[in-house]
Design a protein around this ligand. Structure first.
Ligand code: F6P
Length: 543
């Protein structure tokens, strides 16, 4: 991929000038002036309907942002991404999670080898294994069918699977699926206390099989299991997903229960691989496959659509517009379905581990903003929590609103209320409430002139708060696959334009190194040299 400083492009310079002209524009005026505004800024694709008209942009803004994408050579970067070039340059790896959802007859070559057949082989293994566990054909060491599955992993080996399993709860079978991630022993014990070793299957999911949290949790769980189960039972009750076969074998997991991982799949983009085994167990292989199909459809849309009609490209460009020109620091993601309650947490890793970088692709410190902070909670709960700050706080927080036309349990009364809130919030964020409107409202309530004067400043809403509205027909495995892939590609586009490497994560290493030094000090009860704060804290902890 080329290394282009975005701020040195002609498009960026034009955008700076343009920003000075349009930054004060009011969304409600833009809507008043152009009755076609909604349709001009809407992309309808398959079962997705993205309305991004409630953004502080004009058609010229969009054109200039598209020019920026062209100038940063996004087109050829997309080709490199899908073709398996080593775009993760600091680790000299390809980034091919898209190959995990490619059709069986696709050809994706890496170092002269088509990777699709081995992906298909792994999928076949996931299918057979899932079917045997779900049907009860494969049994535990006392001859009972499995009732519970525990996924032991962290980061990408946890967040994607847990988010998808929660999101697809409606499609879930009889298996209870649990997730242990934190090295906090209380997390492990709280899960174990409900489990019967005779009927529980454990999946140790770690690409590297060196992650402290996962190995500690897996060892604790194996010890707990061995209290009632014979050694040979470990092979039947434990499976692993990893690219480190040596460490897996050392742990005692039978080779036929090991599922592959590849170095060309990043942890945070791995739910489509055997890392998603818990998903396949929870909802059945066919639903897992439908998730992949959805993601593949989004891949095709992203790869082949004109940038103007391209959902991930438009979302990425809007995010850059707010981050780099309006200097907005964060973005909210608000799903109007309880099923997606772990989506923001999943996106925090996907987005912030990818684009939380401050060195460009030439190895120089950047002098512009990169990765945004991402946060959110489902609506309507979040309306009663942090929405006050979005409406009336001092920060600009662009937000994605995700809603569904149909509810899964078909309770129309609830769904109408949920969706009325969904539409009302983006409208309120756009419109705000003027002083005149507030005054009128208070007067009709019969308040005195003095009370009206005192209260109106507090009740006024500036409005002009940007939102994207994504309306999807129904939450299905396929539409969920599309949604996740949409954000994955948004991340990619932003990384390309910010001229950073999105697929490494060196920033998490320092903390790991220091933790291992400190652990030795804690175990030996001997504190080495630290800053005075860390030293006193350790002394207090050990006292
Ligand atoms: O947090 C760093 C990280 O390397 C993530 O990128 C990854 O998803 C996670 O740790 C878990 O890694 P592994 O699957 O190798 O245990």
């Amino acid at each position: 991929m080329k290394s282009i400083n975005p701020t040195q492009t002609t498009a960026w310079k034009k955008l700076e000038k343009h920003f000075n002209e349009v930054q004060k524009l009011q969304l409600k005026d833009l809507f008043k002036k152009d009755s076609e505004r909604a349709s001009a800024f809407t992309i309808a694709w398959e079962d997705f309907y993205l309305d991004y008209s409630k953004n502080r942009i004009t058609k010229e803004t969009r054109d200039l942002l598209l020019e920026l994408a062209e100038e940063c050579d996004l087109k050829s970067a997309i080709d490199s991404y899908f073709n398996g070039d080593a775009i993760n340059q600091t680790e000299n790896r390809a980034v091919l999670h898209t190959a995990l959802r490619a059709p069986a007859d696709a050809k994706i070559t890496l170092d002269g080898e088509n990777v699709v057949p081995e992906v298909q082989e792994a999928k076949e293994k996931i299918k057979k294994f899932s079917e045997k566990i779900i049907s009860g054909e494969k049994k535990g060491f006392t001859g009972k069918a499995f009732t519970d599955v525990v996924n032991i992993g962290i980061g990408g080996s946890d967040l994607g699977p847990v988010m998808v399993t929660e999101s697809l709860q409606y499609y879930q079978n009889h298996l209870n699926v649990h997730y242990v991630s934190n090295v906090d022993g209380d997390h492990v014990q709280e899960i174990l206390k409900h489990l019967n070793p005779e009927t529980t299957l454990f999946l140790v999911v770690s690409k590297t099989f060196t992650t402290q949290e996962t190995l500690t949790n897996a060892t604790t769980i194996r010890n707990w299991f061995r209290k009632t189960a014979p050694q040979e039972a470990v092979a039947e009750h434990f499976a692993a997903v990893s690219s480190n076969l040596k460490n897996v074998e050392e742990f005692g997991i039978a080779i036929e229960n090991v599922f592959p991982m590849w170095d060309w799949v990043g942890g945070r983009f791995s739910l489509w691989s055997a890392v998603g085994l818990s998903i396949s167990l929870a909802v059945g292989y066919n639903n897992f496959e439908a998730l992949l199909t959805g993601a593949h459809k989004m891949d095709e849309h992203f790869k082949t659509s004109d940038f103007k009609e391209n959902i991930p490209v438009q979302l990425a460009l809007l995010s850059i517009w707010y981050n780099n020109f309006f200097k907005a620091e964060s973005e909210a993601v608000i799903p109007y379905t309880q099923y997606l309650h772990r989506l923001p947490a999943y996106l925090q890793q996907a987005i912030m581990e990818s684009n939380g970088k401050s060195v460009d692709r030439n190895g120089n410190k950047v002098d512009y903003q990169t990765g945004t902070l991402i946060w959110g909670e489902p609506g309507t709960n979040s309306q009663h929590a942090f929405f006050q700050l979005i409406h009336q706080g001092t920060k600009l927080i662009p937000a994605d609103f995700i809603g569904y036309k149909t509810s899964l349990h078909q309770d129309q009364d609830h769904h109408n209320k949920l969706m009325a809130n969904f539409f009302a919030q983006t409208e309120a964020l756009l419109q705000g409430k003027s002083k005149v409107e507030v005054k009128q409202e208070l007067e009709t309530q019969g308040l005195s002139k003095d009370a009206v004067r005192k209260l109106s400043a507090f009740k006024e809403f500036d409005g002009n708060k940007p939102t994207n509205t994504l309306l999807v027909n129904k939450l299905t495995p396929e539409s969920l696959g599309k949604l996740i892939a949409m954000y994955e590609h948004k991340i990619f586009v932003q990384g390309v334009i910010w001229n950073i490497f999105s697929y490494d994560q060196w920033g998490v290493e320092l903390g790991k190194q220091l933790a291992s030094n400190i652990l030795a000090e804690i175990e030996n009860k001997s504190i080495n040299n630290h800053d005075s704060s860390t030293k006193s804290l350790l002394e207090f902890f050990l006292k």
